[in-house]
Design a protein around this ligand. Structure first.
Ligand code: PGA
Length: 252
């Protein structure tokens, strides 16, 4: 039996207007009441306020998909951690590959956001993952451990309890291609070894590591049965209550 509680998170990305977000959130809250795992939904910023009212007092945690690395001030277009807290956000997704690749976020920049979130006692889902090119060049393990080391630079061991790591191979996101259970588990094991090197065996053992990349109801159970896979970060399949709830219900 694993000491780690399974964690299923839905990343809605740039989808759902506020009315649609409210009805999706309400269906998820209803269906997830008896969930055996931790559940989070991360709507777009514009729907946080509405969804916040729906998840309040339930077992579904409200997540944000990003935040500024600065506390406040002249940062046009950015969203601060206090703004997120004000809306009842309990966790923030940082370092998603779409932020890294499309918006040029570097390990250093992501590290500054992680440190700010932790200083403010905000939970973080910290995403890492290699591109197809990197995988084909045999560099997946190196790339992912480097992202872990750089992203967690100067993060004290005591703060790790606020962090979940999401391993999301870039080539599996939104493509319908999933890493095999074994391939995913191998990288999760590498992440755990990296944590053991930086911190300790105990912290490595406790870290919840989600897999992300085309997780669906029909592949979730297989992935979640692997020793080092403790949950899922779900994109596309989190946009339909029935599909997302089926993934949640695959945690027995
Ligand atoms: P996907 O996205 O499930 O649509 O592949 C996963 C993610 O990017 O978090």
């Amino acid at each position: 039996m694993s000491i780690r509680k399974k964690y299923i998170a839905g990343n809605w990305k740039m989808n759902k207007l506020s009315a649609e977000a409210s009805s999706l959130a309400a269906e998820i809250v209803k269906g997830a009441k008896a969930a055996k795992c931790k559940v989070l939904i991360a709507p777009p910023f514009t729907a946080l306020s509405e969804v916040s009212k729906i998840v309040k007092g339930t077992n579904v945690i409200l997540g944000a998909q990003n935040m500024s690395n600065e506390k406040s001030g002249a940062h046009t277009g950015e969203i601060s951690i206090d703004m997120l807290k004000d809306l009842g956000v309990g966790a923030v997704i940082l370092g998603h590959s779409e932020r890294r690749i499309i918006y040029g976020e570097t390990d250093k920049f992501i590290n500054s956001k992680i440190k700010l979130a932790l200083a403010e006692k905000m939970e973080v889902i910290f995403c890492v993952g290699e591109t197809l090119e990197e995988r084909e060049a045999g560099k997946a393990a190196d790339v992912v451990s480097k992202q872990v080391i750089n992203g967690l630079k100067d993060v004290p061991e005591a703060d790790l309890s606020l962090i979940t790591i999401a391993y999301e191979p870039v080539w599996a996101i939104g493509t319908g291609k999933t890493a095999t259970d074994r391939d995913a588990d191998d990288v999760h094991a590498i992440i755990r070894q990296t944590l053991k090197k930086i911190y300790s065996a105990g912290s490595a053992e406790k870290m919840v590591i989600q897999y992300g990349g085309s997780v669906k109801a029909d592949n979730a159970a297989g992935l979640l049965s692997m020793e080092n896979i403790d949950g899922a970060l779900v994109g596309g399949a989190s946009l339909k209550a029935e599909q997302f709830l089926a993934i949640i219900n695959s945690v027995k």
